[in-house]
Design a binder for this molecule. Structure first.
Ligand code: HAX
Length: 425
C-alpha cells in the first residue's frame, strides 16, 4: 500500500485533535453573520464552511495549503495533489511512490467506452464526462465497503481509494471523449509509464510538432485549475453530495454538472467563442478602440463579458497572470494572444464604469482557452473537460479530508419570504 495512506493516517490524528481543541476553545465565537441581502444574494461573503485544501483571499487569489499559486506554477499535478491531500509538498521518495500509485490505477473499463460510444454524437463533452463518472460509480470502494459495514473511522481510506482511482483514470476518459466526440480516430489507451500530464497529452493525440511546449502548458493548466476553496458552485455541490455519504463518483459528477455552467467553468468556452467572434468581425488583432466598442455592444445586448469578474476575487486572478506570462514567453505574436492581452488593457477600465460590478479584473477563463487553441485544441466545447480533469484534484482531496474529519451532513436552514417580511417589519 502506498505511503500516502501512512502519511495521512498520522496527520489525520493530529487534525482531529486540532479540530476538537478549536471547537472546545472557540466553538461559540461568531465567524460570520448573514444579512437578509446575503440570504437573497447567493450567500456571498458568508463564511460558514471549513476548507483546508486552499483559500482565496480577495486581494491575492488562490493559495494552496498556505503556498500562493505563483510559487507553485512549476509543479506537476501529482505534486499538487499530494500537497492538497497532506498539506505538504512531497519529497523525492514520496513523490515517486505517490506517482507510481496513481500510474497503477489508470486502466479504464471497456464498458465506459461502450457507454460513451452509445451517446448522441452531439452530446456536450461535459455531459459525456459526467456520464462516464457516474457509470464508473459501480467501482466505488467507498460504496462497497459501506455496504459491508465499514467503520466511520475508515471512511477516509475508502474515499482516498476512490480519489486515487478517479484522478488516475480521468485523463484517459477525458482524452477518449475528445477523440470520440470530435472524430479524431481511435482512442489512445493510457501508458502506465507516463505521468498524468504527459499521458493526457499523449492520449489527446494532437499534432506533435510542439509537444514539449504543449506538455508544459497542460501541466500549468492542470495545476492552475486544481482547487478554489470550498464555496464555489462545483466545490459546494461536491461537498454537499459527499456529506450525505454518497461516494465521490456521485459527488464529483454533481460538482462537474455545476462546473458545466457558463457562469462557472464553461466561461472559458464562452470567452474564446467571444474573442474569435471579435476577431472575425475586426480582423486578426483588433485595436483598443474596436475592443472597447465590442465590450459595450456585448454589455448593451444584456450579456456578461466572459472571463471577467469574480464572486470572491477583487484583483487580477493569478491564474490568468500565469497564462498571460506563458503566452508572452511562447507565442507573443499569435493574433489570438495579442487580442487576449489587449482585452486585458481595455475591459477592466470599461467594467469599472459600471458600479454594480464588484470586480472588473480577469479571471482564469479569460486566457486559458486561447492557450489550448494555440496548440491545436480548437474544439472549445471541450475546454471545461480539461478544467474538470484538473479540478478533480481539489474536489477529491476535499472529500477525503471531510470524511477524515467526520464532517457532518450539510444542512443549512432556509427561510421563506413570508418569514423575512415579518422579520424586517
Ligand atoms: N460582465 C457583465 N456584468 C457583470 C460581469 C461581467 N463580467 N461580472 C459581474 N457582472 C454583473 C453581474 O451579472 C451582476 O449583475 P446583476 O446584479 O444585474 O445580476 C452584477 O454585475 C454584480 O455582480 P458581482 O457581484 O460583481 O459578481 P457575482 O458574484 O454576482 O458573479 C460572476 C460573479 C463570475 C458570475 C460574474 O462576474 C460573471 O458573470 N462573469 C462572467 C462569467 C465568468 O467569467 N465566469 C467565470 C468565473 C470564474 C469561475 O468560476 N470559473 O470557473
Amino acid at each position: 500500500m502506498s505511503i500516502i495512506f501512512d502519511i495521512l493516517s498520522k496527520k489525520i490524528v493530529e487534525w482531529r485533535k486540532e479540530e476538537s481543541a478549536i471547537i472546545e476553545k472557540g466553538g461559540a465565537k461568531i465567524l460570520s453573520q448573514v444579512t437578509v441581502a446575503q440570504a437573497y444574494g447567493g450567500m456571498r461573503g458568508v463564511a460558514s464552511l471549513i476548507c483546508d485544501t486552499s483559500r482565496v483571499p480577495q486581494d491575492q487569489g488562490l493559495i494552496i495549503r498556505e503556498i500562493p499559486l505563483k510559487k507553485l506554477l512549476d509543479k506537476t499535478p501529482e505534486e499538487i495533489f499530494f500537497l492538497l491531500l497532506t498539506s505538504e509538498l512531497p519529497d523525492k521518495n514520496q513523490l515517486a511512490d505517490f506517482s507510481s500509485e496513481i500510474r497503477s490505477r489508470k486502466n479504464v473499463p471497456q464498458y465506459i467506452w461502450d457507454v460513451l460510444r452509445s451517446m448522441p454524437k452531439d452530446s456536450h463533452p461535459m455531459t459525456m464526462l459526467n456520464t462516464a463518472i457516474l457509470v464508473l460509480q459501480k467501482e466505488s470502494v467507498f460504496a462497497h465497503r459501506y455496504d459491508d459495514g465499514m467503520r466511520k473511522e475508515d471512511y477516509w481510506k475508502a474515499t482516498l481509494e476512490d480519489a486515487l482511482n478517479l484522478v488516475a483514470k480521468l485523463p484517459a476518459i477525458a482524452a477518449g471523449i475528445y477523440r470520440m466526440r470530435f472524430n479524431k480516430g481511435e482512442i489512445i489507451l493510457p501508458d502506465p509509464a507516463m505521468d498524468l500530464t504527459g499521458d493526457y497529452v499523449h492520449m489527446l493525440g494532437l499534432d506533435k510538432s510542439k509537444k514539449e511546449e504543449f506538455n508544459d502548458l497542460m501541466r500549468l493548466y492542470l495545476v492552475a485549475h486544481c482547487d478554489h476553496e470550498g464555496g464555489n458552485v462545483s466545490a459546494l455541490t461536491n461537498l454537499t453530495i459527499n456529506s450525505a455519504l454518497s461516494d465521490i463518483y456521485y459527488s464529483l459528477s454533481g460538482g462537474f454538472d455545476g462546473l458545466a455552467g457558463p457562469l462557472h467553468g464553461l466561461a472559458n468556452q464562452e470567452c474564446l467563442k467571444w474573442i474569435l467572434e471579435i476577431m472575425q468581425k475586426y480582423g486578426d488583432a483588433p485595436s483598443k478602440e474596436q475592443l472597447k466598442e465590442i465590450v459595450w455592444d456585448t454589455l448593451n445586448s444584456g450579456k456578461v463579458i466572459p472571463g471577467y469578474g469574480h464572486a470572491v476575487l477583487r484583483v487580477t486572478d493569478p491564474r490568468f497572470e500565469g497564462f498571460l506570462q506563458f503566452g508572452k514567453n511562447h507565442f507573443p505574436d499569435d493574433p489570438l494572444f495579442i487580442t487576449v492581452a489587449r482585452l486585458y488593457e481595455v475591459v477592466p477600465e470599461e467594467l469599472k464604469k459600471i458600479e454594480k460590478i464588484k470586480n472588473p479584473w480577469p479571471n482564469v477563463d479569460a486566457a486559458s482557452g486561447s492557450m489550448l487553441y494555440h496548440y491545436g485544441l480548437k474544439e472549445f466545447s471541450y475546454y471545461t473537460v480539461v478544467f474538470a480533469v484538473s479540478r478533480s484534484l481539489g474536489l477529491t482531496a476535499q472529500a477525503v479530508i471531510n470524511r477524515a474529519m467526520n464532517a457532518p451532513i450539510i444542512r443549512p436552514k432556509s427561510v421563506t419570504t413570508y418569514f423575512v417580511k415579518e422579520f424586517i417589519s
